[in-house]
Structures are given as C-alpha cells and as structure tokens.
Design a protein around this ligand. Structure first.
Ligand code: FO1
Length: 320
C-alpha cells in the first residue's frame, strides 16, 4: 500500500486506544496516524501527565493494564504507598512504572522539547510504528460545570469524583489561542480516510475538533470521514458519555451521537444491538453502518477495524 492510503484517527483515551490496536493488526502501521486529545492533560506532583496519549501509547505497545484500560500492566505502587504515608496526593493513581514515563516527559519538556517531539521519542522507545500526534502543543484544559459546584478541572470530575455528578456545561480553557500540533492539519488533509474513534464526543473529540482549522478540514472532507459511535444500547462502554448526552440535552444513544457528528462525518458506525436506530441515524443526516462495535478483546477490535476499512474501501485485500 502506498502513502496515499494513509488513515488518520481522531482519538481520546481507552476506546480509541482499543480501536487503534485493532487497526494496527489489520493495516500497515506506518500508514496510521492518531491525532490524540490533550485537553485531559494536567500537572500533578510537578509532573506533566497526558492521560490520553499515555493510554494510547501503553495500549499500542502492549504495556497497558487490561483491567483498567489505562496505566501499566504488572504495575507496582511503592511510590503511591509512601506518598499516602506522608499525606501526599494519591487520588490520581500513578504507579511506579507509569511515573517513569511522566518523569521522562516532564524532563524533556523542561529541556525545551515539544510534546510532539517527546511523543515521537516515546513511540520510538516503545516500538510503536504508527504516528501519534498530540492535537496541540499548547495548553488546553477541559473544565466541567458540575451541579452545585461550579467549574471543576477534568481529572477532578473524572477521577476524584468518578464522573458520578451531574454536569451542566463544559469548556476548553485555552482552545481559542491553541494551534494544531505539527502535521495535524496536513495529516487530516492528506489521509485517504479519517476515523473519529469511539471516544466521548464532548470531552475527547470536541477538544480536538475545536482547535483552529481542524473542524474546517473535516467539513471539507466529510465524504471521507467515518465516526464510530461510543454508545451501545444507550450506554457508553466506559466513561460518562451516555449520561453526558442526556445531561446536555441530547438523545442518549447513537441518534444523539449522529446529531453531534453529522456536519463532520458522512458515516456513523453503530452497533448491531442498535440496528433499529439505523433509519433514525439516517434521518439525522448520517449514513449508518451497522456492525459489532464491542471491543472486549483485541481480536474483536481488529474485526471492527477490518469492517470499517471494508466500508471505506481501504482493506488490504481490496487494494490487491
Ligand atoms: N483513571 C481513573 O479512573 N483513575 C485513576 O486513578 C487514573 C490514573 C491515571 C494515571 C495515568 C494515566 O495516564 C491515566 C489515568 N487514568 C485514571 C485514566 C484517565 O485519567 C482517564 O481515562 C482519561 O483522562 C479520560 O480519557
């Protein structure tokens, strides 16, 4: 396959990482680029933490904890235990092995490297051949307006409060002045297809789309954009996507997802359990493609990737 067959995936955390791992099993890895959300990034213990980039990196290098979908497999917790004894901050679980990556990133950023450069270095060291691009090198911070609390930072909502509170609104601090990371726009422009991964449409995909220039490319290339719904049978497989749909006034299913993505993507991949929603997805203005979207094993993720590739006529067999 030639460079003309490049695919770019707009990615959040766990769902996107699983899809990407599946895609890399069935497609030439060097032709895959992921533009990864950075609006969950934050600093803790003075360290620069990029949860979505880390989740994708660990998953693609087979180092991820399969039980959580984030963090490292075979992790140890010596630092966290000691921090607890000292009365330090332990609400965000950073294992010993995981900490090494945050130390490395923070040191390199302090030396003047960009997040894009650090991400390339980490991919090289961990044997990832696909291209991971931070959506921006500038600081963007998701905040949520939580009922009775006002604006809170994303990881406070997501981890400390376990997304167990009602939200009224959300915003991305810094997004107006953030520019897309190097190669983000060119990768979206030059790819044969763009896939919006099954990630949270509000807090994973939107903070990528809202970076200057990104939504414009997707609108222009709408015929080549496929989105995968993160909702199956009215529930998100992980995270707060389905309750956020309802709290923010959308239908709590793939029809709600279609109403969010119709300007940016021609096709919406929905799960076979939701096949009865296909006509309603169509009425929202998107072409429904029904298949099995549950990625509870890497094989099933690969099957989903293969089905999406066939739908966009990019499977390896079709090229031969
Ligand atoms: N998610 C949790 O639910 N609890 C945690 O303690 C936690 C720690 C953590 C550490 C490093 C990392 O890269 C990710 C981590 N995550 C944790 C996941 C992460 O915060 C969320 O999944 C994303 O930000 C949402 O996409």
């Amino acid at each position: 396959m030639s460079e003309g067959h490049r695919i770019t995936v707009i990615a959040g955390g766990v769902g996107a990482a699983k899809f990407l791992r599946g895609l890399l099993r069935v497609y030439p890895n060097h032709l895959v680029t992921a533009v990864v959300n950075v609006a969950d990034d934050f600093r803790l213990h003075g360290l620069a933490i990029s949860p979505d980039l880390d989740t994708v990196t660990y998953t693609l290098s087979e180092l991820v904890n399969p039980d959580t979908g984030w963090g490292r497999v075979n992790e140890s917790w010596g630092v966290k235990d000691e921090l607890e004894r000292l009365g330090g901050q332990t609400w965000f679980n950073l294992g010993d092995l995981d900490l090494a990556l945050h130390l490395y990133r923070t040191q390199r950023l302090t030396e003047g490297a960009t997040l894009t450069e650090v991400t390339v270095e980490l991919c090289e060291k961990l044997g990832i051949e696909a291209h991971l691009l931070p959506a921006s090198n500038q600081q963007i911070r998701t905040q949520l307006k939580v009922e009775n609390q006002g604006w809170v930072d994303f990881q406070d909502y997501f981890v400390a409060q376990q997304h167990n509170v009602a939200i009224e609104d959300f915003r991305f601090e810094g997004i107006e002045t953030a520019s897309p990371g190097p190669k983000v726009i060119s990768s979206l422009e030059k790819s044969a297809a763009i896939v919006i991964a099954p990630s949270n449409p509000f807090v994973s995909v939107k903070p990528v789309l809202e970076i200057s220039g990104v939504a414009d490319v997707l609108r222009e290339r709408r015929n080549n954009v496929v989105a995968i719904s993160p909702i199956v049978g009215g529930a998100a497989l992980k995270g707060p996507a389905s309750r956020m749909l309802e709290e923010l006034g959308f239908e709590r299913n793939s029809v709600g997802i279609a109403s969010l993505y119709r300007d940016f993507a021609e096709t919406l991949v929905i799960d076979q359990k939701d096949s009865e929603l296909a006509l309603r997805v169509q009425s929202e203005g998107m072409r429904p493609f029904v298949t099995d979207t549950i990625m509870d094993t890497p094989d099933r993720a690969a099957a989903l990737a293969q089905a999406v590739l066939a739908e966009i006529s990019l499977s390896e067999e079709e090229q031969q």
